[in-house]
Design a protein. Sequence first.
Length: 82
Amino acid sequence: MRTIAKAFAAGDFTLPGVVHAMEDVPGTEQMRALHDDITYTPRDLPRGGEVIIATSNPTAIEAVHEFLAFQRTDHRAGMHME
């Protein structure tokens, strides 16, 4: 998760493209353009980890939501609630 957070913070979304066999995963073009407005914080969990994505930029929020919706759909994952 630390590697992913560091890459995303630099505007590098290569890994999601490789994982999903797509040049641009939905939302990543805007996230790349707005990378200075978004923070990516890795956090260890008892059985893995997560990256907390935060922004106050409305356009970035839309892009992050688009990205996460695609991730849930493509990985066939439901909403995770603590």
